[in-house]
Ligand binder design. Structure first.
Ligand code: PLP
Length: 409
């Protein structure tokens, strides 16, 4: 047999595994130390009561022959697709149909899998630093990747890729795919409407496709920051959008999200044109072949977050996390750190002091304050000199961690 050699090109170090190893070694040497993690992006608050009620109800239905459900539609049940359309799109005056929504088991799978629809010679543009799934899934497919640095100097707004379809010498030509994630993981920064419009206009002018990861849209606090790329005129013709209930409603263990594939996505492909096919149809075909739907229980649980009680309850949990973010921003800024993000996102991007490297500062935080952060360099070269902190801890632990950092400086 022969393997797909591109797998051997993947970076062998998995960031969170390396962090876990270091933390384990520290704990083995310091068994009495109480280590607080402000590193990994998992949530700490339990599911809200509306979701628990829906889960119980769905479990009871599964135990009765009259209401038992087996395989569901690969695209998701209508009750959830309709709730998504009504609440996430219609309520914002965005025109998206239920047949453009594909319910998933989370955004990781779909952001990783969607590239299967692209030709191997497409060029992929990603921000640097970046959520690693976009890069690794395209390395596995053997694609060329262009990095768009996001630094304090450019205010974490990436420059448009050089070149484009009309350039003979540019970095990218035809077949460009751009991954954007806003609010951003890891920097916690956002893209204002006027900036996002530049990307939509660029994509339309250059026949590029945008993959827009909106996993953290529920954390946006300011009215002028777009929750969906479809708030921008023309985005239906150039963008696929990914959503996740993981952080919005604590579904990291339940697993549910969705992907929007508009029917009028304008993909310049002779093959699609001749066969009169759309990207929506291709994704549907792919899902029907490789995915057997998200569990009925997860979809009923997700539906519950769109009820009046559910909405209010998840809002309260998001406010809890954003209060952590505020507390962290204020305390760390007061200690003299350069802090970005944490206003419309649950992540803070903190400059390391005195030119320390990301990993040196990680070691200092672990050994001096017994606090775990995530080294920025693990998200890309431009992440060097930063660490990522998350607001997903408990108030008590977050406060304690901040006190310890202040005392050890
Ligand atoms: N996209 C981004 C930017 C993320 O940070 C994450 C999770 O950390 C995901 C997608 C995946 O989320 P899910 O749990 O829905 O797979």
């Amino acid at each position: 047999m022969k393997i797909n050699n591109h797998y051997t090109e993947l970076s062998s170090n998995y960031l969170f595994a390396d962090i876990a190893k270091k933390v384990q070694a520290f704990k083995a040497e310091n068994p009495k130390a109480e280590v607080i993690s402000l590193g990994i992006g998992d949530v700490t608050q339990p599911l809200c009561p509306a979701v628990i009620e829906a889960l119980h109800k769905a479990a009871d239905e599964m135990g009765q022959s009259a209401t038992f459900r087996g395989y569901g539609p690969e695209q998701g049940y209508d009750f959830l697709r309709n709730a998504i359309v009504d609440n996430d799109f219609k309520a914002r005056c965005i025109n998206i149909g239920a047949d453009e929504i594909f319910v998933s088991d989370g955004a990781k799978s779909d952001t990783g899998n969607f590239q299967e629809l692209l030709a191997a010679d497409c060029v992929v543009a990603v921000t640097d630093p970046v959520y690693p799934v976009y890069v690794d899934s395209n390395i596995m497919a053997g694609r060329r990747i262009v990095k768009l640095p996001c630094t304090a100097e450019n205010n974490f707004v990436p420059a448009l890729p050089q070149g484009g379809k009309n350039s003979s010498s540019g970095e990218v030509g035809r077949g460009l795919v751009i991954y954007l994630c806003y609010p951003n993981n890891p920097t916690g920064t956002v893209l204002p409407r006027a900036e996002l419009k530049k990307w939509v206009d660029y994509a339309l002018a250059n026949d590029a496709l945008i993959f827009y990861d909106a996993a953290y849209e529920a954390f946006i606090q300011h009215k002028d920051i777009p929750h969906s790329i479809y708030e921008i005129e023309g985005a239906r013709r150039c963008a696929v959008e990914f959503h996740s209930f993981s952080k919005t409603a604590g579904f990291t263990g339940i697993r549910c999200g969705y992907t929007v594939v508009p029917k009028d996505l304008r993909v310049k492909s002779e093959e699609l044109r001749v066969k009169n096919l759309t990207l929506n149809q291709l994704w549907n075909r792919r899902q029907c072949t490789k995915f057997n739907g998200t569990s009925y229980l997860s979809q009923r649980a997700a539906e519950a977050i769109y009820t009046p009680d559910g909405k209010q309850q998840i809002k309260a949990t998001i406010a809890y996390y954003m209060d952590n973010a505020r507390m962290m921003r204020e305390a760390l800024t007061g200690m003299g750190f350069k802090v970005y993000g944490g206003i419309d996102a649950p992540y803070l991007w903190v400059g390391t002091p005195r030119g320390m490297s990301s990993w040196d500062f990680f070691d200092w935080m672990l050994h001096s304050a017994h606090v775990v952060c995530t080294p920025g360099s693990g998200f890309g070269l431009s992440g060097e000199g930063f660490v990522r902190l998350t607001a997903f801890g408990t108030h008590e632990n977050t406060e304690k961690a901040l006190h310890r950092i202040a005392n050890r400086l």
